[in-house]
Ligand binder design. Structure first.
Ligand code: SAH
Length: 243
């Protein structure tokens, strides 16, 4: 549960965006998403979150969900049959929500994919553990494999929290128009321009004078130029895609 304050402007009825997370560690949810803006929006019914314990679908006495890899090698692999039972119970075939598998072998998550997910009815997210999941499940349940970066986590839960945080901040009423700015990093294919606020002088360094000029056209041009400069220096790979 969360200790977030209730949201007086909450929409009545079921949340428009519903996330179901299949995991061996349901206690990791909502976790950090129970705090701050996401937590208030969750308590206020602007989005819904259900954490499903995969182990509840195990069939043997010891509630095993994994077994040794076919062909040998280290570690354990999550069984297709148990994951399929958990998925089918959580999201029947007519559930319109996309089914994601968090995976370092997936397509890297982008702001464009985040925005598309936020515009939909929700997500069903499967969190892997151990060496991952039996590949037959991925194909037979048409799972979209999503990676949050080129490194290996110990499980999909933190990756799911990252994805949900990025999506939830875009839902209506969660952040106002702060999250919709076209200059925000990745929205235009560029990193955002640098930001400044008070004090006017910090350790001898003033705010760039153009930002205090009141000339909105000059400020917009400066920001665009700075966004391009920063992107060229730090992420030249993004520039080819910028519009
Ligand atoms: N043996 C696998 C890694 C398994 S890590 C391989 O080499 O590809 C265990 C689980 O953590 C994965 O099933 C996945 O759900 C999650 N995970 C690890 N790294 C991730 C990443 N970069 N993005 C998303 N999920 C990740």
């Amino acid at each position: 549960m969360t200790d977030a304050a209730p949201d007086p402007g909450a929409p009545p009825g079921a949340p428009a965006f519903r996330a179901s997370v299949l995991t061996l560690y349901p206690e990791m949810f909502p976790g950090p998403l129970g705090a701050s803006l996401a937590g208030r929006a969750l308590a206020g019914g602007r989005w819904g979150l259900e954490a499903v314990q995969i182990r509840a679908f195990a069939t043997d006495r010891h509630r095993h969900v994994d077994d040794t890899p076919a062909g040998g090698g280290p570690g354990m692999v999550m069984r297709a049959d148990i994951l399929a039972a958990a998925l089918d119970a959580t999201a029947p075939a007519d559930d319109p929500r996309p089914r994601l598998l968090m995976s370092p072998r997936g397509r890297p998550l982008t702001q464009a994919r985040v925005r598309a997910l936020a515009a939909g009815p929700g997500v069903v997210i499967l969190c892997g553990r151990f060496e991952g999941v039996d590949d037959r499940l991925v194909r037979r349940r048409s799972l979209e494999e999503v990676s949050i970066g080129d490194y290996v986590l110990s499980g999909g839960e933190i990756a799911a929290l990252v994805l949900l945080d990025a999506v939830v901040r875009l839902l209506p009423g969660v952040m106002g128009n702060e999250a919709s700015g076209e200059t925000e990093s990745f929205e235009s294919g560029l990193l955002e321009h640098p930001q400044y606020t008070k004090p006017a002088v910090f350790e001898g360094e003033p705010i760039p004078p153009v930002l205090l000029s009141g000339d909105h056209a000059r400020i917009a041009r400066w920001r665009r130029d700075e966004a391009e400069r920063v992107t060229r220096e730090r992420r030249p790979d993004l520039l080819g895609r910028a519009d």
